[in-house]
Design a protein around this ligand. Structure first.
Ligand code: GTP
Length: 309
């Protein structure tokens, strides 16, 4: 079935849940203006497509494949696939991408990183978190262990949005950790939703995945959505001075499976994040070591470890 380009509401082939819908027009979302409350205080605005705690109705969820191109990167050559995703019947869209290496179509046990955007580290080079390192590690890993996919979702700040994340950072400067900062703003710990992942995997014919994550919640949410997760690939980054507290809070307060040595060692006194490691049940240790070495070379870090969950 042909899939149309999106410009002014042409014919598209949406994928919804388990079935592929017939081609039909989807209008681009109308321009929306939102009231901006003026306040000198730190005020949290729920600007996500669904707003706070809004339930997701499956009949309004649609993920539309748009196009694929080849993308040479410093981590190797990838297929970059673009999608439009809506959870409100087409009123608003986000644009997930699948960064693919190798032939994943029809395959079992495909290495999958579900990665949420982090403007601060990925664009600005912030050292306050481990997101940029994890993205680089994922691309290196799936390139070395193809086939694999990184699904990149625009869910900044665990879904609260960039401005709210900046507000949360402001509170973290005053001593709150990443969890309490969200709560102090009246925001949930995590606002992300993953129906796009399920739909993209379905659209690509991926049968099962090994999920590259330390987050047990991500594993269970994807499983609840019907994604067959056969294994977990830990993706741990050695802490630096600036992200040590963040990694510790993720481990202690959000149950992330990050081994203490990744946020408690001497490497944490360094300026940047150190070596990063991915290792898996079925993954080759050599690839993990290669990724760690590459990360160490990149960051000048001194930590390197190959471990399993
Ligand atoms: N609200 C908030 N979001 C943050 C903060 N630091 C990074 N993020 C966002 O957190 C998201 C990544 O989530 P994490 O909790 O780091 O990790 P995860 O994706 O749940 O788990 P992994 O799969 O193991 O990486 C990205 O969207 C970042 O923009 C912070 O201090 N506050």
């Amino acid at each position: 079935m042909a899939s149309g380009l999106l410009a002014g509401g042409q014919r598209l082939c949406p994928v919804q849940g388990r079935r592929r819908l017939q081609c039909r027009s989807i209008a681009l979302p109308p321009k929306q203006s939102r009231p901006v409350r003026s306040s000198t205080a730190l005020t949290a605005y729920a600007l996500g497509p669904g707003g706070l705690h809004r339930p997701i109705h499956e009949e309004l969820v649609r993920t539309v494949y748009i196009a694929e191109t080849m993308l040479p990167t410093k981590h190797g050559n990838f297929r970059l696939r673009g999608y439009k995703h809506t959870i409100d019947g087409g009123r608003t869209f986000v644009e997930p991408t699948a960064i693919v290496c190798g032939q994943v179509e029809g395959k079992e046990d495909v290495a999958l990183r579900v990665h949420d955007s982090c403007f601060t580290s990925e664009v600005l080079g912030s050292l306050k978190c481990d997101c940029a390192e994890q993205l680089q590690m994922s691309m290196e890993y799936i390139h070395a262990n193809a086939p694999g996919i990184v699904i990149y979702l625009w869910q900044e700040g665990r879904g609260i949005g960039l401005a709210n994340k900046i507000a949360a950072y402001k509170l973290q400067e005053q001593g709150l950790d990443t969890v309490d900062a969200n709560r102090a703003l009246g925001l949930p710990d995590d606002l992300r939703e993953y129906t796009a992942v399920r739909n993209i995997l379905k659209e690509m014919g991926v049968k099962s995945v090994q999920l590259m994550t330390n987050n047990p919640r991500k594993m269970s949410i994807l499983a609840e959505l019907g994604v067959k997760v056969t294994d977990r690939i830990p993706i741990q980054v050695q802490a630096g001075a600036h992200n040590k507290g963040y990694l510790e809070a993720k481990s202690k307060r959000m149950d992330h499976m990050i081994q203490p040595e990744f946020w408690t060692t001497a490497a944490a006194s360094g300026e940047g994040g150190g070596a990063a490691v991915a290792a898996a049940g079925k993954a080759a240790a050599t690839a993990a070591a290669a990724a760690a070495a590459a990360a160490a070379a990149r960051t000048g870090g001194n930590g390197s470890s190959v471990g399993s969950s």
